[in-house]
Ligand binder design. Structure first.
Ligand SMILES: Nc1ncnc2c1ncn2[C@@H]1O[C@H](COP(=O)(O)OP(=O)(O)OP(=O)(O)O)[C@@H](O)[C@H]1O
Ligand SMILES: [Mg+2]
Length: 370
C-alpha cells in the first residue's frame, strides 16, 4: 500500500503550461478519483505518476521516495487505459501472463498467478479464448488482470470504461470496487463522468484548467463545494447559481431587478458581488406571500417519472427545482419558490472561492459594478 505525494507539480508542453502546481497527498490504500472536464490535465497528472511524462517542476513521491528520475518500470505502477490494446493472436492466458514471461518467471509460478488473477475478475472460464472472442467488458477485465498480475504498488486507471455501454460501465465499476476492497492497492482513477467518480472514490480531486479546485470525499465536495467551478460541475441537474449583489437592506439583488431576502448573508458580505447557489432538490414550491419566497415563471417542465424538474425564470435568472407535485403546471405559469438561507452556498464572483472559507481581512474588496 503506497502513498503518493505531489509537491508543487507542474507540467509544460513546449511553451504551454498545462498543470500549474499540484499539492496533494494520497494515502496508502486509498481510492482516489481525478475528476474534471476534458483537457484539464487529468491524464497528464496520471502519466506523470507512471513516468510516461516528465515532471516539469516539483516532485512526485511514492512511499516517501521521490520518483521524478525513475523509469516507469521502477515505480511499481500498473496502468489500465481506455484502449486496452490486447494482443489479438494470444489467448487470454497468454495476454495476462505476458509481462511475467518477459520478466523470466518460471512457467508453473506464472500459471498459478494468472489463474488466481483471472479468478478474481471472473475470467477463469475464458482463459483459452482469444480477445476477439470476448465481449467489451471481458476484454476490459483482461486488461485489468494484466495490470494486476504484476502485483503493483499503485493502480492507475485512465478512463478505462469509456468505450463500454452504460450497463457494462456500472458492472465494471462494481468489479473495480470489489477488487479494491479485496486487494487494498492504492488506486488513482481518472474520469470525467461524475457518477463514476462519486460512486468509486474514497476522495475526489476536482481539477479545472490545470489546477486542483478541491480535494475531498464525494460528500464534502457535493455538500460544501470550495469554488464556483466545483459547485457548477458537481451535481445533476446542476446547482442553481444566481449572480448579484448583497445590499445593506438585507436583500440580494439579481437578474432584472429580482430581490431575495437573505439577511444573514447580507450582514456578513454586504456590498459584495456574489454568486449564490442552491441545489435544485432543496428548492420547494411555496404559497405566494411566504417570507423569502422568490417569484418565478415556469419556462418548461421535464418529467422524470419519480419527480419532475421545473425550469423557471426569476426576474432574468434561471432556476431549476425538483418537484414532487403532480398538479398541472405549464409554460408561463407563475410560481413561488422557497429555500432555507442555510442551504445557500455563496461565492465571490471575482475569485470564484467560497465566501465562508475566505479570511475576511484577505477577502478582496467588492468591485464597483458599472
Ligand atoms: N503531448 C502534448 N503536447 C502538447 N500539449 C499536450 C500534450 N498532451 C496533452 N496536451 C495538452 O495538455 C492539456 C491537458 O491534457 P490531458 O490529456 O491531461 O487532459 P485530460 O484532462 O486528460 O482530458 P480528457 O478528459 O479529454 O482526456 C490539454 O490542453 C492538451 O491539449
Ligand atoms: Mg485524458
Amino acid at each position: 500500500m503506497a502513498a503518493i505525494t505531489f509537491s508543487g507539480v507542474k507540467k509544460r508542453y513546449q511553451k504551454t503550461d498545462v498543470v500549474h502546481g499540484v499539492d496533494v497527498e494520497i494515502e496508502g490504500g486509498e481510492f482516489v478519483v481525478i475528476l474534471g472536464p476534458s483537457g484539464c490535465g487529468k491524464s497528464t497528472l496520471l502519466r506523470m505518476i507512471a513516468g510516461l511524462e516528465d515532471i516539469t517542476a516539483g516532485t512526485i513521491a511514492i512511499d516517501g521516495k521521490v520518483v521524478n528520475a525513475l523509469e516507469p518500470r521502477e515505480r511499481g505502477c500498473a496502468m489500465v487505459f481506455q484502449n486496452y490494446a490486447l494482443y489479438p493472436h494470444m489467448s487470454v492466458r497468454q495476454n495476462i501472463g505476458y509481462a511475467l514471461k518477459v520478466a523470466g518467471m518460471p512457467r508453473p509460478e506464472r500459471e498459478a498467478r494468472v489463474t488466481k488473477v483471472a479468478r478474481s475478475v471472473s475470467l477463469e472460464p475464458y482463459l483459452d479464448r482469444k480477445p476477439g472472442e470476448l465481449s467489451g467488458g471481458q476484454r476490459q477485465g483482461v486488461a485489468m488482470a494484466r495490470a494486476m498480475v504484476r502485483e503493483p504498488k499503485v493502480f492507475l486507471f485512465d478512463e478505462p470504461f469509456s468505450n463500454l455501454d452504460a450497463k457494462l460501465r456500472v458492472a465494471m465499476r462494481a468489479e473495480v470496487r470489489n477488487l479494491h476492497r479485496s486487494l487494498g492497492v492504492t488506486s488513482v482513477f481518472v474520469t470525467h463522468d461524475q457518477t463514476e467518480a462519486m460512486t468509486l472514490a474514497d476522495r475526489l480531486i476536482v481539477m479545472n484548467a490545470g489546477i486542483v479546485e478541491q480535494v475531498g470525499t464525494p460528500s464534502e465536495v457535493y455538500h460544501r463545494p470550495a469554488s464556483l467551478f466545483v459547485a457548477d460541475f458537481i451535481g445533476s441537474p446542476a446547482m442553481n447559481l444566481l449572480r448579484g449583489r448583497l445590499g445593506e437592506d438585507g436583500y440580494f439583488r439579481h437578474g432584472r431587478g429580482g430581490m431575495i431576502h437573505l439577511p444573514e448573508l447580507a450582514r456578513q458580505f454586504v456590498n459584495r458581488d456574489v454568486a449564490i447557489g442552491v441545489r435544485p432538490e432543496l428548492i420547494r414550491r411555496v404559497a405566494s406571500g411566504t417570507r423569502g419566497a422568490v417569484a418565478a415563471v415556469v419556462d418548461y417542465i421535464e418529467e422524470l417519472g419519480a419527480a419532475r424538474l421545473i425550469y423557471a425564470d426569476a426576474d432574468g435568472s434561471p432556476i431549476i427545482a425538483v418537484d414532487n407535485g403532480n398538479d398541472a403546471l405549464g409554460t408561463g405559469m407563475p410560481i413561488h419558490l422557497g429555500f432555507g438561507e442555510a442551504d445557500i452556498h455563496a461565492f465571490a464572483t471575482d475569485t470564484g472561492r467560497r465566501l465562508d472559507e475566505m479570511e475576511p481581512e484577505r477577502a478582496p474588496a467588492a468591485s464597483v459594478s458599472a
